[in-house]
Design a protein around this ligand. Structure first.
Ligand SMILES: [Mn+2]
Length: 242
């Protein structure tokens, strides 16, 4: 449906332009959460080009290989731009940031919701109806806590079935990475008890403890896969503004 370009009302959820694990995973699930809760389609837009996506080896591995999300079900910012969907845009949900990237300020009149864990800039006051911003390690923790509050709606999707590994497995990646698997020395500076609550909820449905985290870290530092990307992606890979 998203690809037909015939949507009368377009609602998108987008992470920040560093497209890290938190932004990518959290925006996917937050879009699903709003779609279910509000009965309107919220499209997750991964805030990078389709070509750049593969530079983040551990994210591509998690989403495509481990969670078995078909790549053509993922929707990228360059596709959103080129499809002319902006003219039908009704709502923009900012996830994992609360100020639009300078290249995306044309969306500023449409920002209706913010779910984030960065310093609050208090922008878009005329249009914003929800501003969820708390200092937690992972913005995806805020998504998990929303799901936890409404768990009756999502119970069936939390654990996996034959085809999909489940929302719990998907969501555990940013939370374990952003807390360095609950590294004690970073407690209350890089992560909080809310991240622990979110992770404990996820462990009821999926095996997402330390070995799960270690595997993601291994993928991030996988030399062979990195070299296979060539030089340009390696140079742009560590550029992180968020
Ligand atoms: Mn984040």
């Amino acid at each position: 449906m998203a690809r037909s370009g015939s949507l009368d009302e377009v609602r998108i959820v987008m992470g920040n332009s560093s497209y890290d694990m938190d932004s990518c995973v959290g925006s996917l699930v937050l879009a699903y959460f709003y779609t279910v809760k509000m009965g309107k389609l919220f499209l997750p837009v991964l805030n990078c080009s389709k070509a750049d996506f593969h530079n983040k080896i551990h994210i591509a591995m998690h989403l495509l290989e481990d969670c078995k999300l078909p790549e053509d079900h993922l929707f990228f910012m360059d596709e959103f731009r080129s499809m002319g969907l902006e003219k039908n845009l009704k709502e923009v949900v900012l996830f994992d940031h609360n100020i639009l990237d300078p290249s995306q300020t044309s969306l500023s009149q449409k920002v209706t919701r913010i779910v984030d864990h960065h310093k609050e800039e208090n922008l878009y006051g005329d249009t914003v109806s929800e501003r969820t911003n708390r200092l937690v390690g992972s913005a995806s923790t805020l998504v998990v806590l929303k799901v936890l509050e409404e768990r009756g709606w999502f119970e069936e999707e939390m654990a996996g079935d034959g085809e999909f590994v489940g929302l719990a497995y998907l969501l555990a990646a940013p939370i374990t990475l952003d807390t360095s698997y609950f590294n004690e020395s970073l407690k209350n500076t890089r992560w909080t008890s809310e991240d622990t609550t979110a992770h404990q909820f996820l462990t009821k449905y999926a095996s997402v403890q330390k070995p799960f985290f270690d595997r993601l870290i291994d993928a991030m530092t996988d030399q062979k896969r990195t070299l296979a990307l060539g030089l340009h992606p390696i140079l742009s890979m560590d550029h992180k503004v968020w």
